[in-house]
Design a protein around this ligand. Sequence first.
Ligand code: SF4
Length: 447
Amino acid sequence: MVTIAEPLIHQYDVPGPRYTSYPPVPSWSSDFPAERWTDALRAVPSQDPFALYAHFPFCATRCLYCGCNAIPTQRRDKVDAYLDDVAHELALLTDALGWGRPVHQMHWGGGTPNLLTGAQTERALRLLTDAFRFEPGAELSVECDPRVVTDGQLQHLRSLGFSRVSFGVQDLDDHVQRAIGRIQPVALVRDVVQQARRAGFAQINLDLIYGLPHQTRASVDATIDEVLALHPDRIASFGYAHLPNQRAHQRAIPLEALPGTVDRVELFRHIVDRFTDAGYAWIGFDHFARQDDPLAVAQREGRLHRNFMGYTTETGPHLLGIGMSSISEVNGVFAQNAATLGEWRERVQAGALPLVRGHVLTDDDRLRGGLIKQLLCNLELPRASVPESLAPALDALEATARDGLVTVQSERVAVTELGRYFLRNLCLPFDAYLPPRTTDRVFSRTL
Ligand code: SF4
């Protein structure tokens, strides 16, 4: 168990990207020519497999802490209209790519993908399987909201080939749940996890959030006890990002009930202790996985990867995002779809790929992005991988040794256990796109 000194927390409490891409999305150009994206799609060799991300933005209600691109609705016909537009987008993509490109992995996120009815789920899957050729053994994963999922729905998703399910648990304390507008009793979570097991899901992930209003060490302990009793394969523990200027609904969260930064860090340190004591491997900075889970194996073998979906074993060069706000990377070209339903819909209905931002990786981006990924995934940086031009960044990283965050060895700089709590900070010296401090409201705090 490490001790994290308070002055250290204050020193490193700054805004910073989560580095699911480098450069981060806010640095991409909003004046990105669609032809550049189409050219990138056309240039993909025909045998190259894709990972797909499909975004389903609708939710039954809006949780007050939500940081996703979500649309609360009770109307299922909105989903039908959305699927009509997904069909338009897929037609545009396949115009550029050709039909039947191989897919080896697909994830459905949201929003709440399990808000779709059975018929809508089948239609959505058919649209995708008609456009792409899914390889035998392709991994299909889906996010489900425990409050609206049913036993029959889990069996249906499993029968369609989904094998990994992620349930948003967040926190199981009543007081916290009321403050974040998400009531989800422990018994309900227990039931849906058991239903998912009975339905035959091979992998079950549970997502938690720390830094929520009214969370205490005792309340977090109680949540962890329940989570451990459910034996998930993976657990994500995300820090709550309070950005009320960007997400107006978060203003309903009582500011005075939010733990301060020191308490947040202490909560997370406790979470790390509890899950690692229980035998889970700590992955990167915010995930935990059973020792035999592919994510833990990949980290041990230095094959861990990070992309728009977070930590992954996926190493392919092409990730296609489908649906409003989704993000893609193909051959070193990034693209983001319009983040509002209206704009995304207008574009696909007009026969235009709906991207609103994009970026073509430069050699410098690849170099810096590779070093950042090394730190985030392998928790070390071979000194030989840092060219002379980035010596100041390496110096800045090495300087954190005085705070105990890294150890400087002859061939590498290694992140210490203490340094893992500051992993995002350790990447900042390599980021050439950081905005000036006075205008840096786009990123959450690193701690
Ligand atoms: S269910 Fe998830 S995506 Fe939907 S509002 Fe709640 S946090 Fe946001």
